[in-house]
Each structure stands twice: as C-alpha cells, then as structure tokens.
Design a binder for this molecule. Sequence first.
Ligand code: ADP
Ligand code: AIR
Ligand code: ASP
Length: 287
Amino acid sequence: MLCRYKFAWDDERPFLFLKLLMSLMLTHSAVKRRISSEKRLKLEAGGGFRMEKGLLYRGKSKSVYAEDDDYTCILEYRDSTTAGNGAKKAELDGKGALNAEISSVLYQYLEQNGIETHFIKKLDDTRILAKKVDIINVEVIVRNIAAGSFSKKYGVPEGRPLKNTVVEFSLKSDQLGDPMMNESQVTALGIASQEELEVLKKTALRINTLLASLFDECGMVLVDFKLEFGIYDGRFILADEISPDSCRFWDKATGSKLDKDRFRQDLGDVIGAYREVLRRLRNAQQL
Ligand code: ADP
Ligand code: AIR
Ligand code: ASP
C-alpha cells in the first residue's frame, strides 16, 4: 500500500506526519534536558534533590553559597579531604577552619603586594565572603622543586631543584583526572586566549616569588602549588584557595612534609602539620 502511495504537492498528509514526528522529538529532548539538569544539581549539591538553601555548588572540600547580590558568594571550607580527584576520602576534624584561616592570611598578604584576589573578608571560622567569579577551567600549577606527578611522569627524584620555575596548565575535570594541557590545547578549546595565558603565567610567577619569600621566612620550602583564576568584572583575579591542600611545603631543616601529601601518602598527623603551617605564618614579619 505504501508503495502505491503517490505524493502530490497539494497533499498535506506527509507534512502532518512530519510535524507530528518533530513535535515528538522536541518533547523528548526537552524531557532529557530537564532530567540531566536535575541530575547535575543533584550531583553538585551532594546527592540529594532537596538542595540546602542558597547552595550553588558543593565541591570536594568547599561549598559555595549564593549571596543576595550577583557579585559576591560565600565559600565554606569543610573538613572533607580527598586525594586522587576524589578516589580517597576522609573527614579531618578542624581542617576546614585551618585552611580558611591560612588561605585568608595568604590572600591578604597577596592583596597587600598588588595581586587582586576574590577575598573580601572572613565571616567566621570556616566561611569567607568572596567576589563571585566565573572560574577559568584550567588549573595553573607552579613548580620550584620536582615532586608529585612531575617526578612520577618524568622519572625525576622527588626533591631535585629545577633549573627554572615550571608553569603548567591542566584541565579542571575530576572525571578526566585533571589532564595536563599545553598552551595550544588551552587556546584551541577556547578556554583562554594566548594573551590571557600570558597574564595568567605572569601573575602565577609573581605569586610564586611573593609566597616563596614568605615561606622561606617561616622555615619552609615552597615546592609547588596550584592556582585557580576567575573572571570578575572583566578582569582575571585569583580565586579558590591557597592552603596545604593546594600546595606542597617542606620544613627547611628536616624536609618533613607539611601539606596534603601527609594524607595522600598516609604519613599521619595531617592536622598537626596544617596547624604548624598556620603557627609559623602567624609569626612571620612580612605579614
Ligand atoms: P572541587 O570543585 O575541585 O571539588 P572545592 O571543593 O574546593 O573543589 O570546591 C570549590 C569550588 O568553588 C571550586 O570548583 C572552585 O573552582 C570554585 N570557586 C572558588 N572560588 C570561587 C569564587 N570566588 N567564585 C565562584 N566559584 C569559586
Ligand atoms: N593540586 C593539583 N590539583 C589539585 C591540587 N591540590 C596541587 C597539589 C600540588 C600541585 O598542585 O597539591 O601542590 C602539583 O600537584 P601534582 O599532583 O601535579 O604534583
Ligand atoms: N585536589 C584533588 C583531590 O582533592 C587531587 C589531589 O589533591 O590529590 O582529590
């Protein structure tokens, strides 16, 4: 019967059929979109459909809350600790408060030295008020001494000084394991332009100089660290945190690790080390 059907331009039946098919397809994709956005909210807010009031994002160790305006947000530092992009997890009593304080002290020091950061003020032990930024999807890693993934990837013994400071970029993606990217990959994906990368590198190196000097005064070697930048009012500013969770610090005299490697490598007394970092920073003349 279908074979005998003859099409005529004034016959509306095929068009009615097409219209029906299209509306079915549109309904299907709208439902799919709704389900996937609900799934995303559920994942980002930590697994429950009922979201905590004002919660914009629940990360592995911090939560971001909305403020009444569009320009600020509240960052809450939690005790949750992860390594290997979430593969290993623990709750470490007091870590949130220690990181909130260490990061606040360091961001105020950077501000005093001409680096614009998202830090506005500390609200209480674990929460800070920050400028709300659009995070750039690359992590900027600065290395002074070989350690961690650099040592592993290139077969270099941990602790070997590097002939020049290394600046690396990696895609901010837990699912993909934060893969390292070269500059042409960052620009090819439209994450940042070459000019913007130059600004990020220059700022990261300036931050390295400032922090290395401060930590040296505190009897610690700044081995490496990770930075995140965001766009605020059309400018790149430093966001996220600088803390023992995002840096490697070694005691200058003994080489003892005073950062999240204690958790990653099961060295014990993680909180004792973080407390020691804060104690030394509080005694620093430069602050
Ligand atoms: P992750 O997202 O890797 O699990 P966190 O647990 O630290 O990391 O979550 C905090 C999130 O908040 C991060 O994704 C970070 O990029 C984002 N963030 C940090 N500072 C700001 C800010 N000022 N404005 C908006 N988002 C921010
Ligand atoms: N880092 C990278 N991703 C998340 C974090 N916190 C930090 C590490 C380390 C530096 O970046 O804490 O200070 C380099 O990490 P890695 O694993 O590449 O050697
Ligand atoms: N920041 C990542 C995590 O929290 C990677 C790491 O620190 O090992 O899992």
